[in-house]
Design a protein around this ligand. Structure first.
Ligand SMILES: Nc1ncnc2c1ncn2[C@@H]1O[C@H](COP(=O)(O)OP(=O)(O)OP(=O)(O)O)[C@@H](O)[C@H]1O
Ligand SMILES: [Mg+2]
Length: 247
């Protein structure tokens, strides 16, 4: 049995598409027959809600996603899409007080879990729930909305990645432009300033009502009847590229 591929989605900025991307990656990997675990580190539990189709259960501070830090074994919830879920919940904040020093060695525990992919959705904040997935991951995806704050946010994230590589030298990263407004020259200028900082995945992801609509229905874009064929294809191809490292 191969060890799981560990992928994280992060950006301390809120509302840039972290949960949307993590949800799609998890569903796509499960559709392709892989064993998938999604760890929802966000107390808002949006990825958990999308996967379960309802609000996640009320859990105690050491349960749900917190299990990856402490537990001898995990107790994931099954979901209709076939993804196993360690849910986010409102008592996850306590995780941020766990000792950082113990975090890197939990990688051995994760690599022993019976999955092909372990995916981490992270909260829009700075703390252990953002840092730990970077210490464990093979690759981190950084969705960015191209606006005047994006370059500063990306520079911070890249600094963190440089620091983390002292402990996890294999960490690779991919930047994705999300919520692009077609023909916005302002956004194009922001993207040009970002590409000086790091390579960016192409194609960019446009702001499309159907993306939000699909998530509201707890469906991936490619199963959402209001999404046009091009959009469906784009998101499916994106997930394939990111899951298998074709970027
Ligand atoms: N390409 C897109 N087109 C249109 N809407 C999008 C797109 N990507 C994300 N959204 C919408 O933007 C909102 C924020 O997305 P999402 O929840 O994935 O961001 P997030 O980074 O996880 O936010 P948070 O930091 O609060 O966890 C959601 O309503 C989502 O449906
Ligand atoms: Mg989110």
């Amino acid at each position: 049995m191969n060890a799981p591929r560990i992928l994280a989605v992060t950006n301390q900025k809120g509302g840039v598409g972290k949960t949307t991307l993590t949800f799609h990656l998890a569903v796509r990997a499960a559709e392709e027959g892989h064993r998938v675990l999604l760890v929802d580190f966000d107390a808002q539990g949006n990825a958990s809600t999308a996967l379960l189709g309802s609000l996640p259960p009320t859990l105690r501070s050491h349960e749900g996603a917190a299990e990856v830090f402490l537990a001898k074994e995990i107790h994931p919830l099954p979901t209709p899409a076939g993804v196993d879920l360690l849910p986010g919940h409102q008592h996850l904040d306590g995780v941020d007080a766990f000792p950082f020093e113990d975090t890197p060695e939990r990688l051995g525990f994760l690599l022993g879990l019976p999955y092909d992919f372990i995916l981490f959705d992270t909260p829009p904040s700075v703390g252990l729930r953002n840092l730990a997935p970077l210490l464990w991951a093979d690759r981190v995806f950084i969705p960015i909305e191209p606006n005047s704050f994006a370059a500063a946010g990306l520079a911070n994230t890249l600094d963190t990645i440089v620091d983390v590589r002292a402990t996890n030298p294999r960490l690779a990263f991919t930047i994705l432009i999300n919520r692009l407004i077609p023909n916005s020259s302002q956004q194009r200028a922001h993207i040009a300033s970002l590409s000086g900082l790091a390579p960016i995945y192409s194609p960019y992801l446009a702001n499309r009502v159907a993306v939000g609509g699909a998530l509201d229905q707890c469906l991936p874009v490619w199963k959402y009847k209001r999404a046009d064929p091009r959009l469906r294809h784009l998101w499916r191809a994106l997930c394939g590229d990111l899951l298998y490292g074709r970027n």
